[in-house]
Design a protein around this ligand. Structure first.
Ligand code: 5RP
Length: 262
């Protein structure tokens, strides 16, 4: 069954599997959104079923909530959980300081709230997500539908004074209509190519009326688990300054690799 996984999927899987080992009995766990996070949810579901792991999962999207329930994880809201021990999520890009671009899957708002309400955030990613400078991946910005075109113009004007290479903002579409987030908002994808000062950009964007949140995660991520197609993983801890290497066994049970709907 694992022979059907592409090298990228195997890399995502091993990163997720290694990160799942960081989850301990009794923890309240933020569950990310996206294809890598879906592997994590499946791995945790297997641990719940086979090892009796007891956790409360706080999903960051309706998609993740559905999958978590499907694999047997107890799902609670963030307000029910109060504070989380750990959040594990994917990313679209990460740099050497573990600053991130997130929101490619459209869930950046809940993802940022949940990650910020956690003792630690762990990012799981294939090695291709690492960049020297953030910005090649279009930066998602969640905006309210009211006056979104005005908000887009204001963002583009604001970008003129900032250290970025590109300045166009595109409304994200889905099936011929504007994409709608779980919160009923739209997403503008900013094609910046290179972000000179991500910290400044994150602050400035959130000052624009109509912007709900942006996909820059600055000083939020504590660890990254980088997966490789051959089963190797690298765990970097930005607070401890440590780097560990490991190998994950990919000879998994068939049921983990079926019906992955993300
Ligand atoms: C969703 C996200 C995802 O974590 C990000 O898009 C990475 O997705 P994938 O694991 O599918 O590559 O931010 O909003």
């Amino acid at each position: 069954m694992t022979g059907e996984l592409s090298p990228i999927d195997r890399a995502k899987f091993v990163a997720a599997k290694r990160a799942a080992e960081m989850v301990q009995d009794g923890m309240r766990v933020g569950l990310g959104t996206g294809s890598t996070a879906a592997w994590l949810v499946r791995c945790l579901g297997e641990m719940v079923r086979d090892e009796g792991l007891r956790i409360k999962g706080v999903p960051t999207s309706t998609r993740t909530a559905e999958l978590a329930r499907e694999v047997g994880i107890e799902v609670v809201s963030l307000d029910q959980a109060g504070w989380l021990d750990i959040t594990i999520d994917g990313a679209d890009e990460f740099d050497g300081e573990l600053n991130l671009i997130k929101g490619g899957g459209g869930a950046l708002l809940q993802e940022k709230i949940v990650a910020t309400a956690s003792d630690q955030m762990v990012v799981i990613a294939d090695a291709g997500k690492e960049v020297e400078k953030l910005g090649a991946f279009p930066l998602p910005v969640e905006v309210i539908p009211f006056g979104w075109q005005t908000t887009r113009s204001l963002i583009e004007e604001t970008l003129v004074a900032l250290d970025v290479l590109g300045r166009s903002a595109a409304l994200r579409m889905s099936g011929g209509a504007p994409y709608v987030t779980d919160e009923g908002n739209h997403i503008l994808d900013l094609h910046l190519q290179r972000i000179g000062n991500a910290r400044q950009l994150a602050l400035v964007l959130n000052q624009v009326p109509g912007v709900v949140e942006n996909g820059l995660f600055i000083d939020i991520c504590d660890r990254v688990v980088i997966g490789f197609g051959d089963g190797r993983v690298e765990v970097r801890d930005i607070n401890e300054g440590t780097i560990e290497h490991d190998q994950v066994d990919v000879a998994e049970k068939d049921n983990l690799f079926t019906d992955l709907a993300d």
